[in-house]
Design a protein around this ligand. Sequence first.
Ligand SMILES: [Zn+2]
Length: 101
Amino acid sequence: MNTLSITVDIEDWYHIPSVTGSPFAVYKDVNEFFEKWKGRYDYLSLREPTKRVLDMLDEYDINATFFVVADVVDHYPGLVESIVERGHEVGCHGLHHACKK
Ligand SMILES: [Zn+2]
């Protein structure tokens, strides 16, 4: 029997260090990002890619651990539940994906 360990990061594009949460980011943190982007952000960008990954894992009968940035839970209702319902483990990938300064 072979063992395969797969982990998947679930984070949105505004979590990358050049946008928020690092000393060289455009925005100081996620809260400042949403002060500027409130009402302009559609919260759709993670749904389809996550579904594609889940479908691919089903196709090969593989269970994975999904490390989810905690604020994704607030912004994408039902997304984490869809991961758990398909038999995968969920881990916390920090509250806002902030890098240490
Ligand atoms: Zn990450």
